[in-house]
Design a protein around this ligand. Structure first.
Ligand SMILES: [Zn+2]
Length: 270
């Protein structure tokens, strides 16, 4: 069962990734900047996909059956709030996905706010370009901390395993979607902003200007940003002119090479 779930997750992941990479190569919203601070595509992808592989292997070693396997166990033990209030399964799944999504929003805010966590999350933001591969670019230690936070939430809320699987597929899919280097047609963009974090909204979050990167923290639905007052509908520059990345890391050996990315949290003042 766990193997089948893993196969479905991988299948959905590869499908969405292929679709978004196809779209961004056909209709790129922004061109890759040509300057000494920005690595070429091949170097960026090597670093970004390299981090994904290392983080996935580490997550596997830490939790061989994944968070879904963990939730199967906690459900059997009837741990958490939801098993105690006895709602139908579909309601438990809906409530769990909403709560987990809100949790990830707050986790993301914490990773920006707390200096030690920001050291790790900077690896994601140091990318000088945003595309589908940026969605995969997280320091392995950030992935491990995030798994720990989600595991804790699963126990406390009493998340059913079905919700964990669905949530992970959704979170992963939406992250690739909103990092893709594409721009939705204006009418769709306008409508989508009532529900989703669009690519244009997420690019504001990747601005070098701190006040802009401290907005639009959501990964899938935009409601949390609207509810907790971190929603920004435009940056100071037009979407195709926003300076993306972190100005503290102008060296491609630090902002793109795999070795530099792994080492980045342990360098610099903060
Ligand atoms: Zn961020």
């Amino acid at each position: 069962m766990i193997d089948e779930i893993a196969a479905i997750r991988l299948g959905v992941f590869l499908t969405i990734l292929a679709l978004m990479m196809g779209l961004e190569s056909l209709f790129p919203a922004r061109r890759l900047a040509k300057n000494p601070q920005t690595a070429n595509m091949a170097t960026r992808w090597l670093g970004n996909f390299g981090l994904l592989i290392i983080a996935s292997v580490m997550a596997r070693l830490l939790l061989p059956l994944g968070l879904a396997g963990f939730a199967v166990y906690t459900s059997q033990m009837q741990w958490g709030l939801l098993p105690a209030i006895d709602l139908p399964l579909w309601a438990n799944i809906g409530i769990s996905i909403l709560l987990l999504d809100m949790l990830i929003y707050w986790q993301h805010r914490l990773f920006h706010r707390i200096p030690l966590l920001w050291r790790l999350h900077k690896v994601h933001h140091a990318d000088r370009h945003v595309d589908s591969s940026t969605a995969l670019r997280f320091h392995p230690l950030e992935i491990i901390i995030s798994i720990g936070i989600k595991a804790l939430a699963i126990v406390v809320i009493g998340v059913p395993a079905e919700a964990v699987v669905l949530f992970e597929i959704l979170l992963n899919g939406f992250a690739i979607f909103n990092h893709a280097n594409i721009r939705l047609p204006l009418r769709i963009e306008k409508a989508a902003r009532y529900l989703l974090v669009t690519q244009a909204l997420h690019r504001i979050h990747h601005s070098q200007i701190m006040a802009e990167s401290n907005t639009n923290f959501g990964f899938s639905i935009i409601w949390w940003d609207r509810l907790f007052s971190t929603y920004a509908r435009a940056a100071s520059k037009a979407d195709d002119k926003i300076n993306i990345g972190l100005s503290d890391y102008p060296d491609v050996k630090q902002n793109a090479w795999l070795t530099g990315l792994l080492w980045l949290p342990f360098t610099g003042k903060k």
